[in-house]
Ligand binder design. Structure first.
Ligand code: AVI
Length: 316
């Protein structure tokens, strides 16, 4: 038996998720170790996964409109360490107008270091290795008189929250903000099912590898003995819930031991572990979510080619 004080949060979460009776689950945040993050980056280049390119297109087309809407003395914080085209475009356009200070917030030191290296030629970068909400409070405490804050939450990561949790999270973000501050929220829109199934079950198998790596991570970090070949990547679309789910389906009856989570767990043949839910939105639903979280929806810029919206939420 492992002393609980020595047990990691990862071990506790894995044990809690894999001992659920109805549906075994694993929290999707654990998909992103170094291998998972590299695989996710590869996903963003897949022809079938248009989300990231759509996000970048909307920002490229509307970064100036966004900055026109906001006050000129801005501090820019990002939830997640953006290093790609999207954040770069916003910082490049912003620095033509003012001296920009950028605060990427992430729990991953590796991701932050990469982000700082990629973007420091554009502006002053102050990486904050913290949870999103702690990081935002820290940024708010550094605000100079008269400064406004723009928070970026791009890429439709909000879709990986359950709907109630998404409202709660956006509300918590607002609580760190002051009137006139803004949140730029990326949301992937509802689109034809076939397109979604292709995006999350690409023929190259990159998303399958991204999903299976979670079991690999449990083996590496928690001394598990998952046989990855005995699980299959499976996608389900729930039309009513507007949600794609990623699962790992056991190909056979099997027993798995995860020593550092003090767990022995069995899987029936065909039983699945749900590893991620990706919610898709209608534009009106984003407005409702913004209102429920105490924001005013100021603008929605849409990429029609893929079906993606950047939503500008302003703190009243
Ligand atoms: C990070 N997040 C917005 C991605 C999504 O589309 O929900 C994660 C992902 N999972 C499989 N492919 C991409």
């Amino acid at each position: 038996m492992f002393a609980s004080a020595l047990e990691t949060q990862f071990a506790r979460d894995v044990r809690a998720g894999l001992t659920q009776l109805e549906q075994k689950t694993l929290p999707c945040r654990y998909l992103y170790d170094n291998i998972g993050s590299a695989l996710f980056e590869a996903i963003t280049f897949l022809p079938e996964y248009g989300l990231t390119r759509a996000d970048a297109r909307v920002i490229e087309a509307h970064a100036d409109d966004l900055l026109d809407t906001l006050a000129s003395d801005l501090m820019i914080a990002e939830l997640g360490s953006g290093s790609g085209a999207k954040t770069r475009t916003i910082l490049e356009r912003a620095r033509l107008r003012q001296d920009v200070v950028y605060y990427p917030i992430d729990v991953s030191a590796t991701a932050l270091a990469r982000c700082a290296q990629d973007l420091r030629s554009l502006c002053r970068v102050h990486p904050l290795e913290m949870s999103y909400l702690d990081g935002l409070r820290e940024v708010a405490s550094r605000r100079a008189p008269g400064q406004r804050m723009l928070v970026l939450f791009l890429g439709s990561t909000i879709g990986n929250f359950e709907p109630d949790a998404a409202i709660e999270f956006v509300d918590s973000v607002r609580q760190s903000l002051a009137p006139g501050d803004a949140l730029l929220l990326g949301t992937d829109l509802v689109k034809p099912t076939a397109r979604l199934l292709d995006a999350y079950d690409d023929p190259t198998g990159v998303t399958a590898a991204f999903n299976l790596n979670l079991l690999g991570r449990i083996n590496r970090e928690l001394d598990g003995d998952f046989d990855l070949r005995q699980f299959a990547h499976v996608i389900r679309y729930h039309e009513e819930a507007q949600r794609i789910e990623m699962h790992l389906r056991s190909r056979v009856y099997q027993i798995v031991s995860i020593r550092k989570a003090d767990l022995i767990v069995d899987f029936a043949a065909g039983e699945t572990i749900c590893t991620e839910a990706c919610h898709k939105f209608y534009l009106e639903q984003v407005e409702t979510m913004a209102g429920a979280a105490g924001f005013r929806l100021e603008q929605q810029w849409v990429d029609e080619e893929w079906g993606f919206a950047e939503n500008l939420l302003v703190c009243p």
